[in-house]
Design a binder for this molecule. Structure first.
Ligand code: GLC
Ligand code: CA
Length: 585
């Protein structure tokens, strides 16, 4: 990497370093924050209807405070027909009765404030639900009306308008256009939906759409949220004329990135939208943030999203997709830090979310997971769950040593695997139905959490069956079980997060330790901490230093020993990561 060679740093005892990033001093809690994603329908079901709710989140927030995260991000809980698990919003300023009420939301905010946790909510500005009042009004109004102009309606092609206006495909499979019946009952115009038919795309060329979302931002800011995760932030504006585009809108849901010139992504006019939003957030003080869910490639282009007057953060999907490939990881980390440093923005890191196979399952395969990670079923090659969990711990420990912010997905602190044995009849992701079952979709990573092993549904809820079945292994992975086991995945996360805070790793610097970077291992120095990950089949010798934490502790003693007195082992096993304290002097 050319940039590596430009940034040579002095050698330490363990050999030469390549400096990539110097610790930054800028203010901003998010720059080093660990943000925990709550997927409300699968977090905790307090009223027993089988679906998680806001009261359930309030009840378990102390567990997240105990984990020592800085903030939670909530996936949508707004009014919604739930065709895409809440990413199909019919009222942006109300809570769906499934999850509770606005009063429940306020109670949750109050509890979060008591626990010193910030709350970020999900904003879905690209599309709404077809049940949204604005879309219903558009259906009832004539072609060319202001109501229709809130969305992207076009006449069809072909002699009778029977062909879709262009060849764009939906992210969930099938065409990105659906034809409506006009109010007189005749087949009429088509509307664009990059996702499900029930999710019409807004027309961001229309000022009224801008106004509406500024109102939504203020509504939640007034209720005290710390900011917004912006859903498919790269898609709001479409290229003028909606030119043809070969292939699916996104290239590939789980692994690919949109082409640079995709007409539905990354259009220049997006940036002014986010500048306007940033100005609104700034009215509420310096602590409210915007995080882009923007699938943008190559990495330097992501920097355009987080310039000082735009978003604060963007998800680093190239990092997630680098898996355990050390060359890709090194490339992504270096490129991210260099590109983002250039605009003064922190990087973020992420390994799991509600759209991808959980990393404890992905890493249970040597090589890529079947179906490109687009769900895993009982007929697929099965992952090695023990290996997957071990490697997941190593990968998380590697990630949490990096400077910048980190996003965790609920249940990864328990090392949860994906649900694989989900009957077709219970699969709910629209991807499954829209592809005739060819793509299994994302239900596997959305299975409800296990809290208490001895309770019904492992403590997710005491009433009806959870909306997706929990795998048998969830009992032994339940939070209460792991709390009692000193070397559990959960206790490892607690220690990692506490130590990350204590050592201020999120605010740190990064230099590669060349002698420990190989085809199967990667090592970096952040401040006085040295992080080594070994993904090869054989153990590697450790550099000099005191062991702070290992991802696969053999015994509880290794945890409790202080770094001054314990110099643990001289080797790092296969699929393990270690944090070391550099020898001083
Ligand atoms: C984002 C969400 C995903 C949703 C899609 C459409 O990618 O993360 O869950 O299906 O947007 O809103
Ligand atoms: Ca419920």
């Amino acid at each position: 990497m050319s940039v590596d060679s430009m940034l040579k740093a002095p050698a330490i005892a363990a050999g030469p370093l390549t400096l990539v990033h110097t610790a930054d001093e800028a203010a901003g809690w998010w720059r080093s924050a660990v943000i925990y994603q709550v997927y409300p329908r699968s977090f905790r079901d307090l009223n027993g209807d089988g679906i998680g709710d806001l009261a359930g989140i309030t009840a378990e927030l102390p567990q997240l405070a105990r984990l020592d995260v800085d903030a939670v991000w909530l996936s949508p809980f707004y009014r919604s027909p739930q065709k895409d698990a809440g990413y199909d919003v019919s009222d942006y300023c109300d809570v769906d009765p499934l999850f509770g009420t606005l009063a429940d939301f306020d109670a949750m905010m109050a509890q979060a404030a008591r626990l010193n946790l910030r709350v970020i909510v999900d904003l879905v500005p690209n599309h709404c639900s077809d049940q949204h009042a604005a879309f219903q009004a558009a259906l009832g109004a004539p072609a060319g009306s202001p109501e229709r102009d809130m969305f992207i309606f076009r006449d069809g092609r072909g002699p009778f308008g029977e062909e879709p206006p262009n060849n764009w495909e939906s992210h969930f499979g099938g065409p990105a256009w659906t034809r409506i019946s006009e109010p007189d009952g005749q087949p009429g115009q088509w509307y664009l939906h990059l996702f499900d038919t029930s999710q019409p795309d807004f027309n961001w060329d229309n000022q009224a759409v801008h106004d509406e979302f500024e109102r939504v931002l203020r509504f939640w800011l007034d209720r005290g949220v710390a900011g917004f995760r912006v859903d498919v932030a790269h898609a709001l504006v479409k290229a003028p004329g909606l030119p043809e585009w070969g292939g699916r809108a996104d290239g590939n849901s789980c692994d690919g990135y949109p082409g640079h010139d995709a007409p539905m992504f990354g259009q220049p006019a997006l940036h002014d939208i986010y500048r306007a939003w940033r100005r609104i957030l700034a009215e509420y003080g310096p602590d409210r943030i915007l995080c882009a869910e923007a699938n943008v490639d190559p990495l330097p282009r992501l920097a355009d999203w987080v310039r000082p007057d735009e978003m604060h953060q963007a998800f680093n999907f190239p990092y997630l997709h680098a898996g355990l490939d050390v060359h890709r990881l090194r490339g992504v980390i270096t490129d991210s830090l260099v590109a983002l440093d250039a605009v003064g923005a922190p990087s973020t890191w992420v390994l799991s979310n509600h759209d991808v196979v959980r990393h404890a399952t992905r890493f249970g395969y040597d090589g890529p997971a079947p179906r490109d990670g687009d769900g895993i079923g009982t007929f697929d090659r099965q992952p090695d769950s023990v290996l997957g969990r071990k490697r997941a711990a190593a990968a998380s420990m590697f990630m949490l040593g990096l400077p910048g912010g980190a996003y965790l997905y609920q249940g990864e602190e328990l090392g949860l695997p994906d649900g694989i044995d989900i009957p077709d009849s219970q699969r709910q992701d629209p991807t499954f139905a829209r592809t005739g079952g060819e793509r299994l979709g994302r239900d596997g990573c959305r299975v409800p959490l296990p809290w208490r092993a001895a309770e019904p549904h492992t403590g997710f809820g005491s009433g009806q069956d959870p909306w997706l079945p929990q795998p048998a292994s969830f009992a032994e992975l339940a939070r209460d079980v792991q709390t009692e086991q000193p070397t559990s995945h959960l206790n490892l996360y607690r220690r990692m997060l506490a130590m990350r805070r204590q050592l201020d790793l999120g605010r740190g610097s990064l230099a590669w330790l060349e002698n420990w970077c190989s085809d199967t291992s990667l090592a970096y120095v952040n401040g006085t901490t040295l992080v080594v990950m070994n993904v090869g089949p054989d153990p590697v010798d450790l550099p000099p230093g005191h062991v702070l934490l290992r991802s696969s502790p053999e015994s509880a003693e290794q945890y409790s020993a202080s770094p001054e007195t314990y110099d643990g082992g001289h080797q790092l096993g296969s699929g393990e990561t270690v944090w070391l304290n550099l020898p001083v002097g």
